[in-house]
Write a protein that binds this ligand. Structure first.
Ligand code: GLU
Length: 309
């Protein structure tokens, strides 16, 4: 059985349109930005919700994706719209969270301001196809790097390491202690995700495949499923947003390294994003962005090692 979320998608599209009409022109200086005298600092500061310095007229080799994007002045990003802490659509239609901040960091290094990013909801099952069909330039969406996906797209990163976990109703009425207890029981996860495959294929759960994890919460509330499974950090966001309703088991049983999805074979773009990540790991920007987003609820970890495969 599959759940749909047409209403949410339609309203998301409407909100995205509203957001776009409110865009400022590319290159407009943010607060504390550039004066007209030519003695401006190398970069404007104070731009957007993550306070990132926007690279000014960055130079890229002609013909590269970076040169094309910098020239276009827009970055099209696929992310989640229904996941607190990583990618959650705010009241004005723009998403907020750590994934959103990472996308904004990449945009900033391309000279693209936050308001010039085009956000598209990319649910788990459509991430590869959105890149293959050129609907987005990058996907930053709690996106686990793995070999099967690498046959269709490439990944920069990782920029975070999560692990699969489980939530149950508060009080744990079924007494679930781990994934082994879910064999033969109804469990909700997102279609096309690694946790959905793991819980069904490795642990024999009866999968209720939803479009997004937020669609799993009502089935858990009303007892249609006994558990929801995905990455610990996503589940922590739902527990935090719904006080007293759900309980996280708190023992991860997989490793989910989050990468930035990009079109297959664009090695120069992948190297560029990996460079941006490593610099942010080293200069503290990565930790600051985490603290300001997911870190409001979760502990701030050490940055991972980039895998330049
Ligand atoms: N990280 C896992 C995946 O990429 C689960 C989270 C998600 O579906 O976004 O499939």
């Amino acid at each position: 059985m599959r759940l749909t979320r047409k209403t949410t998608l339609a309203s998301a599209a409407a909100m995205l349109l509203l957001g776009l009409t409110a865009c400022a022109p590319a290159g407009s200086a943010g607060p504390g930005g550039i004066d007209d005298e030519g003695d401006a600092p190398a970069a404007a500061t104070g731009n957007g919700p993550y306070n990132l310095e926007i690279a000014e007229n960055p130079e890229f080799e002609a013909g590269t994706t970076m040169a094309e994007l910098a020239e276009a002045g827009t970055l099209r990003v696929g992310t989640k719209f229904d996941q607190p802490l990583f990618g959650l659509q705010g009241p004005d239609g723009t998403p907020v969270g750590f994934d959103v901040a990472i996308a904004a960091l990449i945009a900033a290094e391309l000279g693209i301001a936050f308001e010039d990013i085009e956000w598209t909801e990319a649910q788990s099952a459509v991430r590869e196809s959105f890149l293959e069909s050129d609907q987005v330039d990058i996907v930053v969406a709690t996106y686990t790097i793995n070999d099967a996906r690498k046959e269709r797209i490439d990944f920069a990163g990782p920029y975070f390491i999560a692990g699969q976990d489980i939530i149950v109703q508060a009080g744990n009425p079924e007494g679930i202690t781990g994934p082994e207890d879910l064999a033969g029981l109804p469990v909700c996860s997102a279609e096309g995700s690694t946790p959905a495959a793991t819980i069904a294929d490795e642990y024999g759960a009866e999968l209720l495949a939803a479009g997004g994890y937020s669609d799993c919460l009502d089935p858990l509330r009303n007892g249609q499923v006994v558990a929801v499974t995905t990455d610990n950090v996503i589940l922590s966001g739902f527990v935090d947003q719904n006080p007293g309703e759900f309980e996280l088991l708190g023992e991860t049983f997989t490793e989910e390294p989050y990468g930035i999805g990009l079109p297959l074979g664009d090695d120069a773009f992948r190297t560029f994003i990996n460079d941006v990540l490593e610099e942010a790991f080293e200069d503290g920007t990565w930790a600051r962005l985490y603290e300001e987003t997911a870190g409001t609820v979760l502990e701030v970890p050490e940055p991972p090692m980039v895998d330049r495969y």
